[in-house]
Design a binder for this molecule. Structure first.
Ligand code: VG1
Ligand code: CO
Length: 542
């Protein structure tokens, strides 16, 4: 029943920031999925007899690809497969299962915050034995393999029943259909003071969690409603749907607008949160106050010692380069190292494995710790809840207290989506050419102190990652970063990251838009965004 099927390579299977993401019809081409999965398997040394985790975020095409992955893993000699019931596993839950079961890796089927449906996005990501996204060395090998592949192996058999937990065997391979939530919920209970959070909830603290019809619904219900005693209905949009109810499962102020309006309204609950398609991002909104992800990272790091798992302190804090420097100020105060990595969680893996960093974060609403090797939406919500329970203060009081103590890094990201690739590349290329001439010049009120194309040398394995974004640094700690997205599926997305540091307590309460208006003008002056793209405003501001 194991067959070797002849195939021809595709030339576009290059993993981006987080796995291979394409439109569903691209993945539906004959043997497209099989080629990529075989290329992954061919890049895993010593896979014979090993354990592999398989699951995804439940989007359109998830079940079909789970079945293909099971049949191919069986034909490729894996000894044991752990598959989430219904084909579901959130990204952090998959990371946890890989670590807990001693698996050699896992296939996570997700396009994260991108929309789902027959004409929308799908994705496949490989995570390695540490539970983290495969490092560049492996994704490069997968891409190389995909360009020369000539055959794939698959077990021709009926589909496996994914709906009931239990054990079965296919050929030589043991398959377990596992409860996607149980191990993850247990891990969360081991990290946080659930008694204190429960007591806060029983004391009248009101929260809502918007699962955006994505994978976190079942996790959130089990953890917030069943284990922490929040009333039924705390979890909104809790049924995972193949098309996420027609929305983008992206927890930002555009796509989680209803939650935002609820939290800004007269009868707002104390705490609002949301997660994305695959459960690794988080949006945090207090009563009347949105918490920017970069601020959230800093606040979590500064207060992590209030949660049992981090009582002994942090080893270090890592942030992606475009993330604001607010977390660096916390690291400085704690006298621990801080790290600045390229965009994408894969760059945190070595720092976490080497115990050099404990908490990591990205401006794109991703925060996590050494408990797994992915960012983790529900973890971030629980750490916030644990901190609020310990401090007995509101989100607003905690955040404003943080600004008063450390100063405020005003921050926004402007995305220009769906640009022509050539135009976006010309814009970034133009900046790159002018980098060396910028220091010493002024842009509006800002004096440029440095400008570079960010490169990162991994302090653990010495690997070098170049061209990770254009940085223009100004006197006083403000800066603008330009980079192109590596997760989109149509055209190019330009991301412009704006940051202004304000130490003066009298000026930490401005509206973000007002605080950054001169920087926005400076970004256009530097990169000629309007002239080159013809856009007079960004598609999304977060
Ligand atoms: C985006 C974010 C990045 C994040 C990545 C994957 O990448 O900017 O911070 O790690 O998505 O997150 P890019 O290349 O489009 O800027 V997820 O939740 O989409 O897996
Ligand atoms: Co995600």
């Amino acid at each position: 029943m194991i067959k070797e099927i002849t195939t021809r390579p595709f030339d576009d299977q290059k993993p981006g920031t987080s796995g291979l993401r394409k439109k569903v019809p691209v993945f539906q081409q004959p043997s497209y999925v099989e080629n990529f999965i075989q290329s992954i398997f061919d890049s895993i040394e010593g896979r014979a007899g090993q354990t592999l985790i398989i699951g995804g975020d439940g989007r359109f095409f998830n079940r079909e690809v789970v079945q293909t992955a099971i049949k191919m893993a069986t034909a490729n000699g894996f000894g044991r497969l752990l598959v989430g019931r219904g084909g579901l596993l959130s990204t952090p839950a998959a990371s946890n299962l890989i670590r807990k079961s001693g698996a050699i890796g896992g296939l996570i089927l997700s396009a994260s915050h991108n929309p789902g449906g027959p004409k929308e996005d799908f994705g496949i990501k490989f995570n390695a034995a540490n539970g983290g996204p495969a490092p560049e060395r492996i994704t490069d090998a997968i891409f190389r393999r995909s360009r020369e592949i000539s055959a794939y192996r698959i077990c021709e058999t009926d589909d496996v029943d994914l709906e009931t937990t239990g054990h079965l065997t296919l050929g030589e391979t043991a398959i377990e259909i596992v409860d996607p939530v149980a191990d993850y919920a247990e891990l969360m209970e081991s990290l946080f003071d659930f008694d204190a959070i429960r007591a806060m909830v029983e004391g009248g603290f009101r929260m809502v969690f918007d699962a955006m019809h994505a994978v976190t619904g079942p996790y959130a219900r089990e953890i917030f409603e069943n284990r922490l005693g929040a009333p039924a209905g705390t979890v909104l949009n809790g049924e995972p749907l193949a098309d996420f109810g027609g929305h983008h499962p992206d927890p930002n102020l555009v796509h989680a607008r209803d939650l935002y309006e609820l939290m800004m309204g007269p009868d707002a609950p104390d705490f609002g949160a949301a997660s994305d398609g695959d459960g690794d991002r988080n949006l945090i909104i207090g009563k009347g106050i949105y918490v920017a992800p970069s601020d959230s990272l800093a606040v979590l790091a500064a207060n992590a010692h209030l949660a049992p798992a981090y009582r002994g302190g942090l080893k270090g804090i890592a942030r992606s380069m475009p993330t604001s420097a607010a977390a660096d100020r916390v690291a400085e105060r704690l006298a621990i190292p801080s790290f600045e990595t390229p965009t994408g969680w894969k760059y945190f893996g070595n720092l976490l494995d080497a115990d050099m960093a404990t908490i990591c974060g990205e401006e794109s609403a991703g925060t996590g710790s050494n408990h797994v090797r992915e960012k983790d939406g529900i973890w971030a919500v629980l750490l916030w809840l644990n901190i609020l329970a310990a401090r007995r203060e509101s989100v607003r009081a905690v955040v404003e207290g943080h600004w008063a103590e450390y100063g405020r890094n005003y921050y926004a990201r402007h995305d220009y989506e769906g640009l022509e690739t050539a135009v976006a590349e010309r814009l970034v290329g133009g900046l790159r050419e002018r980098l060396s001439s910028l220091p010493g010049t002024r842009v509006g009120p800002y004096a440029v102190t440095a400008a570079d194309d960010f490169a990162y040398k991994d302090p653990v394995d010495g690997s070098l990652s170049e061209h990770q974004g254009i940085r223009i640094l100004f006197e006083g700690g403000s800066r603008i970063v330009f980079r192109l997205s590596g997760t989109g599926t149509t055209g190019a997305t330009l991301r412009v990251y704006l940051e202004r540091y304000e130490a003066d307590r009298a000026r930490i309460g401005l509206e973000t838009g007002d605080a950054l208006s001169e920087l926005v003008a400076a970004a256009d002056e530097l990169a000629a965004i309007k002239a080159l793209t013809g856009r007079d405003r960004p598609s999304v501001v977060t």
